[in-house]
Design a protein around this ligand. Sequence first.
Ligand SMILES: Nc1ncnc2c1ncn2[C@@H]1O[C@H](COP(=O)(O)OP(=O)(O)OP(=O)(O)O)[C@@H](O)[C@H]1O
Length: 472
Amino acid sequence: MIRSEPKVLLVEDTCALAETYKAYLAPQGWDVHAVSTGAEAMAFIGREAPGVVVLDVNLPDGNGLDLLRQIKAREIPCEVVIITGKASVSMAVEAMREGAFDFVMKPFSADRLRVTIRNAFDRLNLTNRLQELGSDRFEGMIGRSYAMQTVYRIIGNAAPTNATVFITGESGTGKELCAHALHQLSKRSGGPMISINCAAIPRDLLESEIFGHVKGAFTGALADRQGAVLSADGGTLFLDEVCEMDARLQSKMLRFLQEKTVQRVGEDKVRPVDVRIVCATNRDPIGEVAAGRFREDLYYRLHVVPVELPALRERDDDVILIARHFLDRFSREDGKSFKGFTPACEQRLLAYPWPGNIRQLQNVIRSAVVLNNGEMMDETMLPVFAGGAEPAVPVTAGGEAPTGAGGSGRGTSRPAPEAIEPLDQVIRRTIEHAIEACGGNIPRAANALGVSPSTLYRRIQIWGQERESAGE
Ligand SMILES: Nc1ncnc2c1ncn2[C@@H]1O[C@H](COP(=O)(O)OP(=O)(O)OP(=O)(O)O)[C@@H](O)[C@H]1O
């Protein structure tokens, strides 16, 4: 269980500076401790579990980045704020990529340090709330797979900052939903969020859609248009399919990012704007740069915090959680009485590769609810499976398939309904078998099963809790 006491650890080897920071933080009522080396810091963290660690990048026994990596590798539940000088700012940027909450550059005011630490505590509290909820939802996103937990953590860390976020992922993986989460969790959530799909707007109109125009600037400019950038002032601008911009627009975008000013088409006036950029693509942006279709300098300007959304087929059993959510929602909306999926149907949902990801899953379930009736949805109601994707029969570590699992493929003989083993039971037996076969080594068993160790730890925890509540 994550602890969130307002305990702050300062890791700073210059005594005078440590005392100054302590004095800065004294009025906040936090329990502030200072140590001067990385080794002392790790010992303190292990013993006292501070909520926030404020870390100088230069330490006598290594650098702050190494310490940050140790904290992250051990999954220690705390937020890390990096203190950096001008000379080591690139290390601080690297630290953000490695999961630091924020960095403050020397010299900084007492207020800057206090606000950053307060934000870090807010972030930690939010994370704790999510942990308590079992983390299967985050700002409208459903899923508790390891891959999605990582995404939630990056969103949570990036949201309160002004850093540009670059979201990649196949079509339908939730890139727009992710952009909304970033806006909602930011301090800009009271401001506007403007979305522009660069692929959906004709290329010759895109510039004025983004930057605006004045009446008469070109044929068809019948009235002034503010444009997305000015409309997003004080908020977030989401540029979807950003790789579709042509070369001219890419240069204009680069200038805008450098100067933070905007000039509408046909107007001399330059206006300052305060906009946070989130962009997304389902292309491979590096490939687009290599092919000369996307400017490298623009790519690096935009690619500050990358978020990679995994394909649905890479999210363990999230597909079931999401499918149940859609089944429930559409059943309610359409006045149907579906309560769940049959075990065989869930196996087919898990086995299917979902090339159109969550959008495809949503559409498939929507039409199945409209076209069918009953309490349990079975695989015959989902025509997407007619293509013949075989169900994912969990294979035990010994190599054999457990009895009663699967067998619902078209053309194979069906097992008797009473022979069907509940999916949870099949999964549990498979996992227990794998752990036994790997001599109790959970990471090795996870590797053999093709899931993350945290998936196994989570399941083991749940079984423990079930045993406890059953009084075993
Ligand atoms: N984790 C999730 N849980 C529940 N619904 C989701 C999740 N991710 C996406 N969705 C839903 O799936 C649909 C597609 O999501 P979204 O439009 O964000 O995808 P996208 O990656 O932006 O797609 P595209 O690349 O085609 O623009 C939306 O209806 C969204 O609400």
